[in-house]
Design a protein around this ligand. Sequence first.
Ligand code: NOJ
Length: 719
Amino acid sequence: MDIVGLLKTMTLVEKLGQLSQYASAWLDTSLDSPLTGPKSQIKLTDEEYTAIGSTFSFKNATVMKKLQEQHLKNDPKKIPLLFMDNVVHGYRTIYPVPLGMSATFDVELVEECCAMAAKEAVTAGVHVTFAPMVDVSRDARWGRCVESAGEDPYLNSEMGRAQVRGYQGNMDPSKNIAACVKHYAAYGQAEAGRDYNTTDMSERTLRDFYLPAYQATVDEDVRMVMTSFNALNGVPSSGNKWLVKDILRDEWGFDGVVISDFKAFDEMRTHGYCETESDCAEKAMNATSDIEMMSACYFRTIPALIEQGKLSMQQIDEAVLRVLKLKEELGLFENPYSFASEEESEKVCLCAEHRALAKKAVVKSAVLLKNENILPFDKNKAKRIAVIGPFGDYNGLDQWACRGRNEDVVTVLQGIKNLLPNKEIVFARGCGDEINATDCSDIEAAVATAKSCDTVILCVGERADFSCEGKSRMELRLSKAQKTLINEIVKVNKNTAVVLYTGRPLVLTDCIDDMPALMTAWLPGTEGGNAIAELLFGDENFSGKLSMTFPRSEGQLPISYNAYKTGRPLLNEDNWARGFVSCYFDMPNTPLFSFGYGLSYTDFEISVPEINKTEMNSGETLTVSVKVKNIGKRNGETVLQLYICDEFASLVRPIKELKGFKKIELKPNEERAVSFEITEDMLKFWSANGKFEAESGSFRVWVSDVSTATENVRFVFSK
Ligand code: NOJ
């Protein structure tokens, strides 16, 4: 298709249509009523309505085909609609939420899962997914941390890249979809963890921690970028020219489509940054934001802005061309219905192969946080098993579980029954799953059940609808009823393992001592129960590591292992109450569980790291290696994590920063040397000169299986 030629034939309204996106329910003429639909809600004319270029959130292939047909019939230019959706952790076969997937530290697995999700989504006619989300999240109060890869910029970058590779593949429209990285930028640092709240940060914090993951996905050739709701240092992202035009496009070379978040152009008025829709449109277009989602500032006001000479037709044309180019790349002009097919959906979605991959993802993402010789349970000894708790038979799915269905979800109860069909398995809910559940009246019956069993699986946590967008929480503790349940159950049966369902790190300080064993399953999706059963009974081993710190208290938030150093660090945690150092008077600085932490059913011995030279010049590399040995009795995987600290620099540097990781599997007694190459790029940071550079001086290096490792080596870098 000659898209440049096509552009020349388009009217301004037709061009603005390509830059406007509305939810599918608004496009379905049969659904339009005085209360719904773009004509009534934002008063689009028939011509504008016909010109709309893209839509999102649609149910299935039938709806896609119906909307496309309706559109092509009316559109004189026959430019197909582009269909987008939130395919975030699976389309119909749902694997764990992104926070859980990042705990796998397994980029190949993440890529494979995204490729599976794309394959399913393609059968419904999806062209673009609003994923990956790479907002670095250091505040568990913020409900959207569930959508991210947690607190680390490097892990977010690697997970973001893997997702882009998985969704986009070779951009073969029969199995791949375009990715749209979001939410650019620094949305994860919403003040006080309150969603949509403002973000204020220095350029160095932005560059050191928050921007790298977006840039990594741009380097991976992500096709779209979604700007964020928040204002960054006073400027809402949709109209932030510095962020979008100067950094994203001019500095990083992004030439794909930029889309706003839901109604975010218009919300620049509510922010108090723009007074009129016209002001919103002018700022957004000058920032090179292409598609406006769910408001109509472009439609309403760009014609006049062009007439007044405030915007040029060239700006509009460039934006439209970017959208048309994406449509062309996705093959829409030749095949507007793409590969949408109900029959294919039936075949592909939830097929055995996809369920198996989703199960593997749950196994790899689960993190064993505590184990006082309880796990794995012995299948032979377990005669009567109790599954207890509000999450024991829970099939909830979160907001971004796309077209996943509750009835497809394998609960823990079901998973245990599937694994051990000949055992006696009993269930007691114990208490409700409400956020502040206080009703303990069912606990007595649950206690009696626990007493009558030799093995107890106690499932607690927070519901899937307590995290995600708009779901910030101030208190991250389990409800009073759940805490009482844990306490009472363990009193009568110590052979209890707690399974935590959660979309964020929770504060477990006041109940962790009661738990003989604890694993977090995150929000595991369709195959949760089967995988959890296999982990608990030892058919599978744990290998997940936390991608986000579990704090002791909400008062520690925001918290991350890679904080900047202070002049008065707390060097000895035992001395935490002594004052006049950077600490709390009433609680240790350390979290309950650190970034990178996670146990296994086997043990690994890791040697002190060694380096091949103590001096490294600019342009050279250096190798750091450790020997790792499985000293336990079973096969196991662990994640070796490379951390670096720049000891003295022109600006204060973090205590340590993750710069690499490798997941390795070892048989009992097997030992392997694992090495990482340190490059000059790994030493770079946003320096006092306002650019990324490595500075001469000394660096410390750790290689271990947790961020709190102490053994390190030192080298000197010279420019
Ligand atoms: C709002 C959310 O912030 C964003 O993540 C999502 O992709 C869009 N709505 C579209 O559903």
